[in-house]
Design a binder for this molecule. Sequence first.
Ligand code: ADP
Length: 412
Amino acid sequence: MPTTGANPELAVTGGSANPALVVNSGSSSIKFAVIHPGSGERLMDGIAEPLGSPEVVLRVRRGQAAAVEERVPGTAHDVVAWVLSHLHQPDQADLRLLGAGHRVVHGGEQFTSSVLVDDDVMAAVRSFSDLAPLHNPANLAGIEAVRAVLPELPQVAVFDTAFHQTMPPSAYRYAVPEEWYTRHGVRRYGFHGTSHRFVSAQTAAMLGRPLQELRLVTAHLGNGCSAAAVRDGTSVDTTMGLTPMEGLVMGTRSGDVDPGLLSYLVRQTGRDVDELTRALDADSGLLGLSGVSNDMRTVVASARGGNGRAQLALDVFVHRLAKAVSGLVVGLQRLDALVFTGGIGENSPLIRSLVLGRLGFLGLTEDAEANADHGRHSGGRISLPGPVLALVVPTDEELLIARDTARVIQGD
Ligand code: ADP
């Protein structure tokens, strides 16, 4: 089967002629894709939302064709059953799935890589639900739905946290009472691991250098934002922590705040901790600062139109990101490349330019023409040549899940 250079992270060995079903089952939507792990070809993909309503809208695309809309009853089971019974079009030969790969948000300290799903794995994922109450139960519902329709199909769990399990204690421990860690698992786990892992390997392939020799900071900037320090192919630090709320400014999440603000605001406003936490999660970030939107495109357009709050949102977003990148270099002791990915990282030359403008002291100088050129589907170097580079590298978490699914099932 095709492999990507000599890069073991991106390689699929063995015979995986059959595609994998990739499922990202969330609390309000299910995203799915049918992907050949070897070639990366997408036979079908789509999204169903809003889950839980009597009827969900299922937008499905086959190959390069335009998306079509279907309406199905609104449970994860109904959506998965529809997808599995519509895998092929009438004129196609039967399509056999090699297995299903699921995005699972929290694997605690137990899962350091992707695993074949069995009852013990499901129980463990359930046991981490306290750490990810919105995500893990929804991820399990996706696994259960596939199992109910195709009980024999092997399933693989791919964890957002697994890639960061290589962080040393100096990076993952909080300076809090020991018992909070030993009894309650309070530590930094990190998220977006699949994306950080994918773009790290992709960067090595683009640079033609072994991943095992590279020191990278990868910045995944989407609705959620996180950056990671990747040394020799392993994560040694990241900005997200116990939950995906720590770290960078995001679309609606605050990122880092003083933990003292919670008790202060409880006293000041009479609102309880849950309510305030929801506001930090859903009413903060770009949305809270700008008052305009959580969408970077809208914030940029408002700032250009003279909206001072939108400009402030950009300033804080960029300052905090540049500060985090330089902090992450401490875990690397040398920076070879800063990698931008995710919706903002891949599509916003402006944000990339503003961040690079603050990081000249690391040896990064923007190549303005290259930066302006690199859109979502291209990727490449956006800094002037030198020992430290900045790159845009499009992420593809679904492809990595398909490849892990093939690898785990084939036992490679
Ligand atoms: P998710 O984290 O939900 O997967 P994405 O990775 O698609 O989200 O990123 C969504 C973010 O990307 C939004 O803030 C959106 O405004 C931003 N984005 C997409 N295209 C552009 C663009 N051309 N310029 C600036 N931001 C963009």
